[in-house]
Design a protein around this ligand. Structure first.
Ligand code: HEM
Length: 254
């Protein structure tokens, strides 16, 4: 079959990757933008029931979509690096190009996001939902539940912030970042330092290393979903301006 001979499995994995990514991002944004504000308005009995029946199910799809997104991404990299399937080869030189830089940045952030799903959000949500179930069954509330809820909420908001950069980079690398000329090694080094610093500082902040109290400057972006959206939108403007200022433009249409 032409399509299989020409593209091998790469394009099949691309479609699978985007579907897993849509599932993961869709649920991430649902939790942040709809579930959290809705639960804040619900009375305790209804909320505990929703945690038990709705959030529990959603979290299953959420955490499995997360690792499948990352796994399918790495399979694409492996297939595309072999160099014999099509022109899109992710070789060492690819990662020196502007689009390669953006893809690498997205991969770093996506791995941090996967860590947050499995090592922060999921364990803490198990405490929150376990508490909701216990209270619904007439038991005493677990005093650790509010702290667990805050930890899960901060990591979840941070993932929403990272998701803006990841989607800009994942979609933009083949959509428009390839329209920039390769930059000098100095600019590339600055780019990678900024990416790693952004990932590290934001992640440490989300883990509460600089404090987790509500209403502080370092937690402003986690305290309301609107704040997370404003902050995340700012990161998109930053990356686009960085490329505009530091990278030359190719005359693709000229
Ligand atoms: C939050 C996690 C992620 C999301 C939301 C995401 C999303 C996407 C989307 C929407 C595309 C399609 C781009 C297009 O065809 O225009 C894409 C492409 C791709 N993603 Fe991801 N991705 C994620 C994580 C990863 C990871 C961890 C890898 C690991 C290697 C990866 C590797 C790739 C590759 C190789 C492509 C194809 C690039 C090309 O056009 O040649 N992704 N991703």
């Amino acid at each position: 079959m032409f399509i299989v001979e020409r593209f091998g499995l790469l394009e099949g994995f691309r479609i699978a990757h985007v579907m897993f990514a849509v599932m993961w991002m869709g649920l991430l944004w649902f939790f942040n933008v709809i579930q959290v504000p809705a639960y804040a308005e619900m009375e305790a009995g209804a909320r505990n029931n929703a945690f038990d029946k709705l959030t529990w199910r959603a979290l299953w799809w959420f955490r499995h979509a997360a690792w499948m997104t990352v796994a399918s991404g790495f399979v694409m990299l492996a297939i595309g690096s072999s160099g014999d399937v099509n022109e899109r080869v992710y070789t060492g030189d690819f990662f020196k190009s502007p689009r390669g830089g953006m893809l690498a940045a997205a991969i770093v952030l996506a791995i941090v996001m996967l860590y947050n799903v499995w090592m922060v959000i999921w364990p803490n949500q198990q405490i929150v939902i376990g508490n909701a179930r216990a209270v619904a069954g007439g038991a005493e509330a677990n005093p650790d539940a509010p702290v667990a809820a805050r930890k899960a909420a901060m990591a979840s908001r941070q993932n929403m912030i990272f998701s803006f950069t990841v989607l800009l980079a994942m979609v933009g690398q083949s959509g428009f970042f390839y329209g920039y000329e390769p930059a000098s090694s100095g600019v590339r080094a600055v780019f990678y330092v900024i990416v790693l610093a952004f990932a590290a500082v934001m992640e440490l902040n989300a883990l509460g290393v600089f404090g987790a109290a509500v209403g502080k400057a370092n937690t402003w972006m986690y305290d309301k979903h609107q704040n997370a959206i404003y902050f995340a939108s700012g990161t998109i403007v930053f990356w686009v301006l960085f490329f505009e200022i530091f990278y030359g433009k190719l005359e693709l249409l000229g």
